[in-house]
Design a protein around this ligand. Structure first.
Ligand SMILES: [Zn+2]
Length: 303
């Protein structure tokens, strides 16, 4: 069993804490890799990165950083000597974090001349989110992968729940996580929706498509009965569908709903009331008929 991953804040470690070494970062689970700048897995996302000017294309603006991915670098000269690969496990982990909107711990290390670098050691600088990524030719003339990470601001006065059903979002104001589906789409991921998407291998249950992007795959976890007021659905697998963004919007805005016909789930076009396709299902993921009925009642007569 691989060591469990820890996303978000680590309890007991304040933003601004300085550590002497990678070893200390590792002991506190702030950054578990002992040499690499990125801790993470391609299929699960990146937990943390260390910004320390290891790549000359990095840029640090305080509230956001432009961070160069892993690979292709000569450790001695710190120069690129080969192209980077977006499918490299560390880069794919950051792509995953971008796709899923996962929080990433950022640690700044001494060694850059940026004004935000600590005077010594490694400083934990809080939670960031990957907001963009791209490929380009770096200063040394080789292809590099870059990520922009923005610091997540925590508004004052909002409760921060450490033990949340949305574990990725520890440290994010809790009320945000409960808001309507539009916000849900931005937040994108909870442990439950990730689980459902993984069971379906990121294939949409309606159109059967899986949306492939360089470095990963993308799908959305759609709550059948909405989480927020007034629907008060639960974040449990039986209330979640794995959908592509188009079908997620169709489902949330009532263009399609589900119906049980001949003991199988079918997708119905709300306007024509005709069956579009049979819902794709997989073993290990059951759908609660009560939630389906709740959603259908919202939209059945809305044509
Ligand atoms: Zn679809």
């Amino acid at each position: 069993m691989p060591e469990p991953q820890h996303f978000g804040h680590i309890e007991g470690v304040e933003v601004g804490t300085v550590f002497n070494s990678y070893k200390e970062l590792n002991q506190k689970k702030i950054h578990r890799e002992t040499q690499a700048g990125i801790t993470g897995r391609a299929k699960a996302g990146a937990e943390s990165i260390v910004v320390k000017g290891a790549y000359r294309d990095d840029e640090d603006y305080g509230d956001y950083v432009i961070y160069t991915g892993a690979g292709g670098r000569d450790d001695r000269t710190k120069r690129q000597i080969a192209d980077q690969d977006i499918n490299n496990r560390f880069n794919a982990a950051l792509v995953k974090s971008h796709l899923e909107g996962l929080p990433v711990r950022v640690i700044r290390g001494v060694g850059t001349d940026a004004p935000y670098a600590p005077e010594a050691g490694y400083r934990y600088d809080g939670i960031f989110r990957v907001t963009d990524h791209w490929g380009k030719t770096g200063e040394d003339g080789f292809g590099i992968v870059q990520f922009r990470l923005d610091k997540i601001e925590i508004a004052s006065g909002l409760e921060i729940r450490a033990d949340s059903s949305l574990p990725w979002h520890e440290g994010v104001p809790q009320p945000v996580a409960k808001r309507a589906t539009v916000i849900q789409r931005q937040i994108r991921s909870s442990r439950v929706t990730s689980q459902v998407k993984s069971l379906h291998n990121y294939k949409c249950q309606v159109c059967h498509e899986s949306l492939k992007v360089p470095g990963g795959e993308y799908a959305e976890g759609a709550h059948i009965r909405g989480l927020g007021h007034p629907h008060r659905g639960h974040d449990v697998p039986s209330n979640v569908l794995c959908l592509c963004p188009n079908d997620h919007v169709r489902f949330d805005y009532g263009a399609i709903y589900l119906s049980r016909i001949a003991n199988k789930w079918h997708v119905v076009d709300a306007q024509t009331q005709e069956v579009v396709i049979e819902l794709r299902t997989v073993r290990g993921h059951t759908i609660d008929p009560d939630h389906v009925a709740y959603h259908r009642d919202l939209w059945q007569r809305m044509t």
